[in-house]
Design a protein around this ligand. Structure first.
Ligand SMILES: Cc1ncc(COP(=O)(O)O)c(C=O)c1O
Length: 357
């Protein structure tokens, strides 16, 4: 019950969004969550739910992983938010730790609070670094719902009510290197791609696509932004999905599971080259709450868990039996199951996971 005794569902309908309240009620999910642990969520009446949604990809470490909760609690007691007048140790440590495991020469980080903010910042930094303006994105992609990220999102249902979006954004079919080659010219600042399209329906591009796009961007002097907001942090059997093809982007974007399922946290990772102009004018892009010590403490603990519990390796191993059973279900019930898609296929070799630069 809420303040005046009404249920959470009724308060959502009156004060948050009636459409959302009706949607959850229609799906039989009109109970209020009060507690969560591991892969379970409990409602007010003590009913336990197996959480298959994972907060849209946030809970790769489960709900309230004890190590991450302990790190955040300890930081909360010391200093949750930045005074902005001195350096913040958790921010410094998280950036250094990410530099150790992100691909190629990515070694600089800007922290923010969400995936869409990471996309916004990367689009700006790509324009700044390249001195060019055009952005190429993939059809059916999802990069977030703020105006810049939405302009790079290839989903009409989210775009249409807000047209016109930002100029100089061009959509191309996902997984089609020929179409990419046609669109890429010397006006293009950056190509932004998800290594595997998440919200668009777990669409895995053909093996070799990312590497071809990487080569094309190099040839044409454009930058490559890989949005690993959903695929990062071990989810696909690699720390970052671009490791599948050994692709080294100019920017890597992280959020969702980066905060360990305890704090909101996003990050833009970039190479020293793409950071150079930003470093000449470091306040040209900033965030009041981005990189706060509380969120960064969660991020550091999340990296500890990722590495020590070998989450990427385990996702790869434990995903296989699930996939086999789901494929069998699809074969047994072709009228009900159209297709089984996975972020992994047997041809993926498990190569580099951790390495120092
Ligand atoms: C690939 C990708 N990029 C960006 C976003 C936006 O993240 P957020 O909802 O944290 O703004 C999402 C969210 O689903 C996503 O899947």
């Amino acid at each position: 019950m809420n303040g005046d005794g009404e249920s959470a569902a009724a308060a959502y309908a009156r004060h948050v969004n009636d459409g959302l309240a009706r949607l959850l009620s229609f799906m039989g999910l009109d109970a209020a969550a009060v507690r969560a642990e591991g892969c379970f969520v409990w409602d007010e009446q003590g009913r336990r739910f197996l959480d298959f949604l994972g907060g849209y990809g946030v809970f790769s470490f489960g709900h309230r992983h004890p190590r991450i909760v302990a790190a955040v609690t300890a930081q909360l007691e010391r200093m949750p938010l930045s005074a902005k007048i001195l350096f913040d140790k958790p921010t410094a440590e998280l950036a250094a730790r990410l530099a150790d495991i992100t691909p190629g020469s990515i070694s600089k980080f800007f922290f923010c609070n969400s995936g869409t903010e990471a996309v916004e910042g990367a689009l700006k930094l790509a324009r700044l670094a390249s001195g060019r303006s055009r952005i190429i994105y993939a059809e059916n992609s999802f990069h977030g719902k703020t105006l810049g990220a939405l302009s790079a999102t290839g989903r009409d249902k989210y775009r249409e009510p807000f047209l016109p979006l930002l100029p100089e954004f061009t959509g191309v079919p996902f997984g089609d290197a020929t179409a990419m080659a046609k669109a890429l010219d010397e006006t293009v600042a950056a190509v932004i791609l998800e290594p595997i399209q998440g919200e668009g329906g777990v669409i895995v591009p053909p093996l070799g696509y990312l590497a071809e796009v990487r080569e094309l961007t190099r040839q044409r002097g454009a930058l490559l932004i890989l949005d690993e907001v959903q695929t990062g942090m071990g989810r696909t059997g690699y720390n970052f999905a671009c490791e599948r093809e050994g692709v080294e982007p100019d920017f890597i974007l992280l959020a969702k599971a980066l905060g360990g399922g305890v704090m909101p946290l996003g990050a833009i990772g970039g190479t020293p080259e793409v950071w150079a102009k930003f470093e000449q004018n470091p306040l040209i892009h900033s965030s009041t709450f981005g990189g706060n010590p509380l969120a960064c403490a969660a991020g550091i603990a999340a990296l500890d868990v990722l590495q020590e519990e070998q989450l990427a390796e385990r996702a790869a191993q434990e995903g296989e039996p699930f996939l086999a059973r789901l494929r069998k279900l699809a074969a047994d019930y072709p009228d009900l199951v159209k297709e089984t898609r996975s972020s992994r296929s047997r041809c993926w070799s498990h190569s580099r996971s951790m390495r120092r630069k």
